[in-house]
Ligand binder design. Structure first.
Ligand SMILES: NC(=O)c1ccc[n+]([C@@H]2O[C@H](COP(=O)([O-])OP(=O)(O)OC[C@H]3O[C@@H](n4cnc5c(N)ncnc54)[C@H](OP(=O)(O)O)[C@@H]3O)[C@@H](O)[C@H]2O)c1
Length: 320
């Protein structure tokens, strides 16, 4: 698999979102399956694994996902990049520097490692970003993290953070149907040597073409029940986008999910998507998007079709 840089951190150009092994997409697989799936991804060339302290069933505890990722990667720790996130939202988190350090120490224990490659603040939640940037700078100086990042932030916040401690990555929602970051954020990141890591790059499954208006999501812990593009009406409205992708995929002997990833890889050299799946085969399918090379003509045709179609539903950078 080709390599990209998140500032000075080398990663496979397609990473792996590990969240669904613990939260967000209904029933979770058993731990052995999840660990095997992560190891299979590594065997297939993936070196970039994304988790967060809060990824646990129903978000009712912390650390479920970090423990799985830690077990899966402990034997190959030096060969992989682990990204995790700290959530400080809500009152009473205390002194920012001390709190972040102590939360990182808990994550390190669960991940069975003595450093994290990329440590994100999960949501800003009213905390002065300069304080967070300073705290992260100290963790870098102490060798506890190699780089840091922010999630769901705009250029103003990125700029303020960057002036205190340069960022390695920004992780925002980004896909063919969530393009808010295109106007300012991705260009700013490119200009300042900051990696851009799209989360939900397949629009929570919409862009795989496997979701239809009659698809029923799970009742428990399934974000697809509130993802705006996936209401029954909006799945119907978005079918022209899915149909366009299916046509492209067929012509390229690829899958719609792969085309949606290849599109962003072609568009921006500083983008490293982290598709999520709890299925071993689909994880490999997504990683193989790295081999789906689009010509400039193909990319332009895709971009033009996309720009001519209406997206129904918008999640954006605010809120959840
Ligand atoms: N920073 C943040 O606030 C934030 C928020 C959300 C997520 N994330 C991170 O981003 C990662 C990815 O985001 P995400 O999981 O929300 O969205 P996603 O990658 O856009 O989509 C995941 C959904 O798509 C399905 N899917 C994936 N590949 C598929 C394929 N090739 N064919 C058919 N269906 C496919 C999965 O189903 P199956 O499991 O059945 O394959 C799952 O339902 C997460 O794992 C997490 O690490 C970060």
């Amino acid at each position: 698999m080709k390599i990209r840089k998140l500032r000075h951190i080398d990663v496979s150009e397609v990473g792996m979102g590990c969240m669904a092994f613990s939260h967000g997409y209904g029933k979770i697989p058993d731990e052995t399956y999840s660990i095997e799936a992560i190891r299979n991804a590594y065997d297939h060339g993936c070196t970039f694994f994304d988790t967060a302290e809060i990824y646990s069933p129903n978000l009712a505890s912390v650390g479920h996902n970090e423990r799985i990722v830690g077990k899966a990667l402990k034997d190959i720790r030096g060969d992989v990049v682990i990204a995790t996130k700290v959530m400080l939202r809500g009152a009473g988190f205390g002194h920012v520097t001390q709190t972040i350090r102590s939360r990182l120490e808990d994550s390190l224990t669960r991940l069975q490692t003595d450093y994290v490659d990329l440590y994100y603040l999960h949501r800003l939640g009213g905390i002065p970003v300069e304080d967070v940037a300073e705290a992260m700078g100290r963790l870098i100086d102490d060798g506890l993290i190699r780089g840091w990042g922010l999630s769901q932030v705009d250029v103003d916040v990125i700029e303020r953070a960057q002036s205190v401690t340069p960022l390695s990555a920004v992780q925002n929602i980004y896909s063919m149907v969530e393009r808010d970051s295109e106007s300012e954020i991705i260009p700013y990141c490119a200009e300042h040597d900051i990696g851009f890591v799209p989360f939900s790059p397949i629009a929570s499954g919409l862009l795989s073409g496997k979701i239809t208006p009659t698809t029923r999501f799970e009742k428990n812990d399934d974000v697809r029940n509130w993802v705006p593009q996936l209401s029954r009406r909006n799945i119907e409205g978005n079918q022209p986008i899915v149909a366009m992708l299916k046509d492209f995929a067929e012509a390229k002997n690829a899958t719609p999910a792969q085309i949606s990833l290849a599109w962003m890889l072609h568009k921006y050299p500083n983008v490293v998507p982290i598709p999520g799946s709890k299925n071993k085969e689909r994880i490999i399918e997504n990683l193989n998007a790295s081999d789906v090379a689009l010509s400039d003509d193909e990319f332009n045709a895709l971009e033009q079709s996309l720009n001519s179609l209406t997206v129904y539903g918008h999640r954006g950078l605010g809120g959840f």
